[in-house]
Design a protein around this ligand. Structure first.
Ligand SMILES: NC(=O)c1ccc[n+]([C@@H]2O[C@H](COP(=O)([O-])OP(=O)(O)OC[C@H]3O[C@@H](n4cnc5c(N)ncnc54)[C@H](OP(=O)(O)O)[C@@H]3O)[C@@H](O)[C@H]2O)c1
Length: 435
């Protein structure tokens, strides 16, 4: 019997370096738990690496990923480069050679799910991608294994630490968006180019991966409705607070009567809810199963060490299976390949929600009466009305209305009508309300 599993690491950046460090610092406990060694024997990087907190004496470092993929001694290829260029090539070639693969690459899995997962099913190698969603939170393992007897009705989560840090700073520290973003960048919670995080794209990548797992199929990333947080203003945070809510960027999906919903947008969550208590760069994901009911997982959603923890967890699971000669204990996704079908996400027009509408008006009382009349005429519910004291920017008063539950198509049409009324100084801001 083999005494050691050999790992080839592609990429020694934030996650790659953390992974090598964890395997070395915790090698004693890993060996005690598994009965064998998991050793990085080769690493590919184009970066200087000798400053890292890793002992490279037993690791052959190369600048070519082909050296890793083609090394016959390597059992597990770990792709930690990111993107969908060289990363895709590494994963597909490793599977073609029958090697096992571990990755944290959510962008690749979301955009090329069919190609990657089909290759994983067809390969003799095993596949781990726990680190692609929720950093150190083992949410993929929970859905694949823990909830494997449940019908998943839906999930809702704060799955981007950068966006959550910014919204928390705007809520707790009363910062405006650009000050909060600058602080996130200074503390290492946001990249120099934060587009994917603040525009909701990173969250949408993770929503697709969780939908594939939760709803037993392959969903199309291009069908996810995506809105980021750049349009959230301090007045929205303040009004939400007065109404008893906080604003969070949520990734959500559910299986409804009409079909599957998959969306990313800022949401009002009740101030006393568990999601509202998730602050700073932390993540939390609530999964609802038809037998388990509501569950919530919480933890660090990114960062070198938490993400390395998920990468190494996958390596250990794969290594145990390789050592036992068990080639496919848990499938790459939740269903057998013959049951893996392409699935469709409903257009946003067809969802139903309650809504927060924010108005900037010149004469508040006239506006409130006109809004009430418009709602009454359309037989629509107003749940709550709130306003900020005094004049705000542009000599406007700020009002917010919480609507009853209605179809998105109807509220969007209604907003167009409201915007033609004379009291409106600026476009109306809509934020969906989390039930
Ligand atoms: N950072 C996190 O907290 C986190 C959390 C969850 C998932 N992830 C995912 O983990 C993956 C890695 O992220 P990261 O933050 O570790 O990125 P990173 O710090 O940029 O590391 C990527 C490394 O790969 C190297 N690289 C680029 N092209 C290469 C090539 N052809 N051959 C060998 N090495 C190459 C890069 O070198 P250069 O810098 O010189 O280009 C860099 O050192 C991504 O898919 C990311 O989405 C990251």
């Amino acid at each position: 019997m083999k005494k050691q599993i050999n790992v080839g690491l592609c990429g020694l950046g934030t996650v790659g370096a953390g992974t090598a460090e964890l395997l070395q610092k915790n090698s004693d406990i890993i060996e005690k738990r598994t009965g064998f060694r998991i050793q990085v024997t080769r690493a590919a990087t184009i970066d200087p690496y000798d400053h890292l907190d890793v002992d490279f004496s037993n690791i052959k470092v190369t600048d070519s990923v082909s050296d890793v993929i083609n090394d016959p001694e390597i059992d597990i290829v770990v792709e930690l480069i990111g993107g969908d260029g060289i990363a895709k090539k590494i994963i597909l070639e490793a599977f073609a050679k029958g090697k096992s693969v571990v990755t944290a690459n959510k962008a690749l899995l979301a955009k090329h799910s069919e190609e990657i997962f089909k290759a994983a099913y067809q390969s003799e190698g095993l596949f781990g991608f726990e680190a692609s969603v929720g950093g150190g939170i083992p949410i993929i393992r929970s859905i694949k294994e823990g909830f494997s007897g449940d019908r998943i009705e839906g999930f809702s989560g704060i799955i981007n630490g950068t966006a959550n840090y910014i919204l928390s700073s705007m809520t707790k520290g009363k910062a405006d968006f650009s000050t909060a973003l600058k602080s996130a960048q200074e503390k290492g919670f946001a990249e120099a180019d934060p587009t994917f995080d603040i525009e909701g794209i990173d969250t949408a990548h993770k929503v697709i991966i969780l939908m594939d797992l939760a709803f037993n199929g392959l969903f199309d990333f291009n069908q996810v409705h995506i809105e980021g947080i750049t349009g959230i203003k301090p007045i929205d945070i303040e009004l939400a607070d007065k109404l008893g809510y906080q604003i969070k960027l949520l990734g959500k999906a559910k299986q409804g009567v009409k079909g599957f919903e998959g969306r990313v947008h800022p949401s009002l969550v009740k101030s006393d809810s568990m999601l509202a208590a998730v602050n700073g760069p932390f993540n939390a994901i609530s999964v609802i199963g038809n037998f388990v009911g509501h569950t919530m997982s919480y933890g660090a959603g990114a960062g070198s060490h938490p993400t390395a923890s998920a990468v190494v967890g996958d390596m250990i699971e794969i290594s145990r299976n390789l050592m036992n000669g068990n080639s496919c204990r848990v499938l790459p996704l939740t269903v057998a390949i013959e049951n893996l079908q392409k699935m469709t996400i409903l257009p946003i027009d067809e969802i139903e929600s309650e809504y927060y509408l924010r108005f900037l008006v010149k004469q508040p009382w006239e506006a409130i009466n006109a809004i009430r009349d418009a709602f009454y005429k359309e037989e629509l519910d107003i749940q709550q009305v709130e306003q900020l004291d005094g004049e705000q920017a542009d000599a406007c008063f700020v009002l917010a209305v919480l609507t009853g539950k209605m179809e998105e198509r109807a509220i969007q049409g209604f907003i167009k009508d409201l915007e033609t009324l004379p009291f409106n100084a600026f476009p109306i801001k809509l934020i969906r309300v989390e039930p």
